[in-house]
Design a protein around this ligand. Structure first.
Ligand SMILES: Cc1cc2nc3c(=O)[nH]c(=O)nc-3n(C[C@H](O)[C@H](O)[C@H](O)COP(=O)(O)O)c2cc1C
Length: 223
């Protein structure tokens, strides 16, 4: 697979097979992704991998926290601005509605929509979960570099025949996950990522999100 194919074929996979992924495969992916750039070569990322019994323990721990505290913990990160405006609001709406159409869950069926959202906390069935954290001294620049690293993981995984889904859904459970992972007070959890083999028979994995054309987000200054 060349880079262009990897970029264009990577999608957010939301149903995985239980086919195991080895620690060696994970190490290989991380060994590729560590070549992502970062300003000053700070390499500000930290990755925490849960797999095997570790993954199952994490899923159980979070399940318990959801039962005890269904509304979630006070989030440190606003995943979206409180009043998301157009055109961004419309884009979010479109991808969400397309996904629920594929899942055949209408707008009124709130319990079914919530159940789908809760699948995030089982990594959509993926055998591996990754969590990304960053030292609290860092600001937006280093957070952007962390994002480049995450995309590098997703692309390396695609090259090796594996699928991923980045998951900010963990933000309202960050406290529970941070405690589970043993993060120090100076480390902030950002995001999770499910990783495994895609269930190609699952309808939800037929979702292909749209993109705006180049001229909508680019300014060329030529003279
Ligand atoms: C940082 C980040 C966090 C995300 N968090 C979630 C999530 O918690 N759950 C989910 O189902 N999708 C999540 N997504 C997937 C986005 O919805 C998806 O990337 C977007 O709709 C574009 O679709 P594509 O990834 O298939 O190209 C996340 C994506 C990114 C980049």
């Amino acid at each position: 697979m060349n880079v262009i194919d990897a970029i264009k074929s990577r999608i957010s996979t939301r149903a995985f097979l239980d086919t195991p992924v080895s620690k060696k495969q994970l190490r290989d992916i991380l060994d590729i992704a560590r070549w992502a750039p970062s300003g000053g070569n700070l390499q500000p990322w930290r990755v925490h991998v849960v797999m095997g019994k570790g993954r199952d323990r994490l899923v159980e721990t979070v399940k318990k926290s959801i039962t005890e505290n269904p509304m979630g913990e006070a989030p440190e990160i606003a995943v979206y601005p409180p009043k998301l405006q157009d055109p961004w609001r419309a884009r979010r709406f479109e991808v969400g509605e397309t996904m629920y159409q594929l899942l055949d869950i209408p707008r009124e069926d709130k319990p079914a929509r919530i159940n789908h959202l809760l699948r995030n906390y089982e990594f959509f069935g993926a055998p591996v979960g990754l969590f990304f954290s960053i030292n609290r001294q860092f600001d937006k620049g280093q957070w952007a570099h962390l994002g480049m690293f995450m995309q590098s993981i997703a692309l390396a995984a695609a090259e090796l025949g594996l699928a991923t889904c980045m998951q900010e859904a963990w933000v309202p459970r960050a406290k529970t996950v941070s405690t589970f992972l043993g993060l120090g007070d100076d480390e902030q959890l950002y995001c999770g990522m499910a990783l495994g083999y895609a269930d190609k028979s699952a309808d939800v994995n037929r979702l292909r999100s749209s993109r705006i054309p180049v001229d909508e987000f680019t300014t060329f200054i030529t003279d």
